[in-house]
Design a protein around this ligand. Sequence first.
Ligand code: KG4
Ligand code: ZN
Length: 349
Amino acid sequence: MRILAIETSCDETAASVLDAPLQVCSHVVSSQIDAHGPFGGVVPELACREHVKALPLVLDQALVESGDGWSALDAIAVTYGPGLAGALLTGVAAAQGLSARLGVPLFAVNHLHGHVFSAFLDSAAPSPGSLYPFLSLVVSGGHTCLVQVKGPGMYQLLGTTVDDAAGEAFDKGATLMGLGYPGGHRIDDLAREGDKQAIRFPRGVVKAGSRLTGVLDARCCFSFSGVKTALRYYLAEHPLAAGDTTRLAAIAASYQEAIVDALVKRVTYALDTTEAKALTVGGGVSMNGRLRTVLQALCAKRKVPLLLTPHMYCGDNATMIAAVAGLGAACVVSDVAKLDVDPSPEVLF
Ligand code: KG4
Ligand code: ZN
């Protein structure tokens, strides 16, 4: 089954062709970073307009790269949420049109499920079938969650962030350090040369019984707004001298360590308390070198297989959306014309 997938939930316009279950035939991502950069964050209305402009070209390129004509496609898959409403609508409208015109089924895919399964796009990864139930850490600019995956389409949300996402903490920290937007990878690069123990930033413990966690165990939940505020105060009290790269690297390394430590503590607790035959990690922040190193050490110690998403599939892309459909973990839309977007971040799993 050849699946054409479309992803437009935030600021990447992406299309991919995949031969089910996981053979990647094309992978096209057009980033809007240059358009949003001057605003220091994603501007929803601008994202929507940029998707409308880019999508026809991205779709054409996905077909050229896969060598397919439209008639070769057996199904369409599209992200219906969570994300920005207008941005999601452009992708869903295109997918509805293609499904109706080509007379092929349409799969509606939850964006977060894409990040959960993106680790299986590594050609060396075992098939998910042998690994259920596994644990998955999704860490991106918009989301931070821990989930137990019991089978295709069967999820148990264990923890989520009660405020900022891990990627937001990286980006806001990078802005405060004068590193530009989005700055997660810049902190990662700088931190390699810095002393990660120079400053102790808070690890964002979530109080048990907090109304923000609902029924979730607070020990699996995250909070990243405090670390960013702590950095703001630190920089106000200890201003950075221009050109002091040693101190900048130490601040970056210490800040990154607080975020990574907070993530890994929750993963450790989840591994202790939940059945998991493996750990998968996906989302833009999963490119972080320090996070990868610490998780590798943890999983080696626990003898739990660790599946890290290949770098090219960590950020938002359509290949991971196609993969969810290819692995039989997405629903076919029964009435294509009635498919609606669901931007709500609460509707995760
Ligand atoms: O998955 P993604 O492309 O978008 C969302 O779905 O939100 O993730 C983007 C996020 C940004 O916050 C970016 O700063 C962060 O991933 N990021 C990183 C690294 N590379 C990207 N954060 C830490 N270290 C990195 N190397
Ligand atoms: Zn994402």
